[in-house]
Design a protein around this ligand. Structure first.
Ligand code: SF4
Length: 259
């Protein structure tokens, strides 16, 4: 009995639909939830933060707990442009290529430093802290087709993927959120599962709609990209995309009046 009481059930979420679905369904299934963690990169769309607020209010009504918002001690911009690179190998490589030994540059498929450092690491650190007080079961919002997204974690707690156990698909999760009063903010700007407006992994169509729907943020993204290019030149870490620059893409959208 004391072992059961000493176990904390901790759900880590993003602002995405899978996370919303996981939380709604866990409450509906009457599953235990002691804490809900969200790691904030500080770079998400205003709609995402609004959605998080609604989810937080709902969770408090249902279970009397608030979402715990965690943040990396440094900003996305600092890690992008200023953080010192410690790896000897990387420093030597950068020296050879004439790249400054600071800043991670844009995230790339083999080095999604922002996901690793600003999200997974921050969550895992909090779970490690909790492990000092009790045993923890960590619930993650991965669906059946997300097996490739499972990464090694830094904590020792048991990990569960209820979404996979339910074997539901994305359409069901979307519908479930809608029916339960969370239409979410998804439209053509937010189709993929990359919640940050500065993310190079978002689909091109999303970027096109993003430019139209959030001109101020788009301007910030172009400015940020310019700073990255000024620092890293045409090196791989200075490129938002491989094929063409964000500026060229933006001009093309303007000329073709797309979308
Ligand atoms: S959504 Fe993109 S920018 Fe944001 S943390 Fe993930 S990879 Fe990084």
């Amino acid at each position: 009995m004391s072992e059961i009481q000493n176990t904390r059930h901790v759900v880590s979420i993003t602002t995405g639909r899978h996370s919303t679905y996981l939380l709604l369904r866990m409450v509906e299934e009457n599953m235990p939830i002691d804490a809900v963690l969200f790691a904030d990169t500080g770079m998400e769309f205003p709609e995402a933060y609004k959605h998080l607020e609604c989810l937080d209010e709902w969770l408090f009504r249902e279970r009397g707990i608030h979402i715990t918002r965690l943040q990396h001690p440094h900003s996305f911009e600092y890690l992008l442009l200023e953080t010192p690179i410690h790896s000897q190998y990387q420093r030597a490589k950068r020296k050879r290529l004439g790249i400054p030994p600071v800043g991670n540059g844009w995230p790339r498929s083999r080095k999604r430093w922002c996901c690793t450092e600003m999200v997974d690491h921050v969550i895992d650190q909090e779970i490690c802290r909790m492990e000092q007080e009790s045993s923890v079961i960590h619930y993650l919002p991965l669906a059946s087709n997300d097996v490739h997204r499972i990464t090694p974690r830094q904590h020792h707690s048991e990990i569960r993927y209820p979404f996979m156990e339910w074997n539901d698909d994305c359409q069901i999760s979307r519908l479930f959120c809608w029916v339960n009063g969370f239409p979410l903010y998804y439209n053509l700007t937010y189709e993929s599962r990359c919640p940050c407006w500065c993310c190079p992994f978002r689909l091109r169509t999303e970027q096109a709609f993003f430019r139209k729907s959030h001109p101020d943020l788009w301007k910030r993204l172009l400015e940020l990209d310019q700073r990255v290019k000024d620092q890293f030149g045409d090196q791989w870490i200075g490129r938002f995309w491989k094929e063409y620059s964000l500026e060229e893409f933006s001009k093309w959208l303007e000329e073709t009046n797309y979308p």
